[in-house]
Design a protein around this ligand. Structure first.
Ligand SMILES: Cc1ncc(COP(=O)(O)O)c(C=O)c1O
Length: 272
């Protein structure tokens, strides 16, 4: 990787030692730090990265610099990734994380960049208030710009999620235990994001996208897992077998996490 010019960010003493043994002396690396706050989309702990398995503690910076140096590496950046789907009401916690990052970055003598990770774009319910870009940029300006180095970011979901839509065909419409169920010809293995992270998606009937909802449906996938549910109690117009539904967003944590569970195979991807 290093010979191809890839810049790695590492977050364990072990990785520093092992990477240093593989690459030429003087290879630059970044250090990842724990943001120290636990925020992400909703109350889902899978969406927050702070105080979990990632990153050095601030107090470990000096030791990490020493280990990197004796492994022949040059630390040139400090990184943190706070969480997924950050909301506006997390602004205070995000500010704390940036303050921490600025503090630790100042301990790195050859600092050329700080990397603030991702986390943007969390609007999945109409009521969601994703972190406003102006709040984000103001916090960066206030706490990180004074360092006078490059500010890098990794906003994956923000860019990729809305770019993908999964089209499925309804093969079953049936009442079961007092609920209306829709079965479709694709399951969570095609796009694990909603089931894995509990992320709500939109279900749009393709032929009548603006028709008034008349019923609440559970929309289920075709995999033999009880959590293979695309949406619960979702308001839709009258749905019939053979209808096509658009499930969105489907552009992030979808194809790259897909599996062949139940040997259902993969979808055809069409780039428009
Ligand atoms: C280190 C790191 N950076 C960036 C991202 C992408 O974050 P997002 O897609 O929420 O912007 C992730 C996602 O897990 C990550 O682990």
């Amino acid at each position: 990787m290093a010979s191809a010019g890839v810049h790695c960010t590492l977050d364990s003493f072990s990785a520093l030692r092992r990477y240093g043994a593989l690459v030429p002396a003087g290879t630059p690396v970044g250090l990842r730090f724990n943001p120290g706050v636990r925020v992400g989309y909703g109350s889902n702990t899978r969406a927050s990265y702070g105080n979990a398995k990632f990153g050095f503690e601030l107090e470990e910076c000096r030791q990490a610099l020493l280990v990197a140096e004796s492994a022949g590496l040059v630390v040139d950046s400090a990184h943190t990734h706070i969480g997924w789907g950050l909301q506006q009401d997390a602004a205070g916690a995000i500010e704390q994380a940036f303050v921490r990052l600025a503090e630790v970055a100042q301990q790195i003598p050859q600092l050329s960049a700080v990397n603030i990770g991702g986390g943007l774009g969390g609007r999945f319910h109409a009521a969601d208030r994703p972190l406003d870009l102006s709040t984000w940029s103001e916090l960066i300006r206030r706490h990180l710009a004074p360092l006078g180095v490059t500010v890098a970011c990794e906003p994956g979901t923000f860019v990729a999620a809305p770019a993908g839509v999964l089209l499925v065909e309804v093969n079953t419409v049936e009442e079961r235990r007092g609920k209306r169920w829709i079965g479709v010809d694709a399951g969570y293995a095609i796009n694990p994001c909603p089931a894995l992270y509990g992320i709500p998606i939109e279900v749009v009937p393709v032929r009548q996208p603006l028709a008034k909802p008349v019923n609440a449906y559970h929309v289920a996938g075709h995999i033999n897992e009880s959590y293979d549910i695309w949406a619960s109690d979702y308001p839709l117009p009258s749905i019939h077998e053979g209808d096509v539904l658009a499930l969105l967003p489907a552009g992030a944590y979808g194809a790259s996490m897909a599996s062949d569970h139940c040997l259902r195979g993969q979808v055809q991807e069409v780039l428009v």
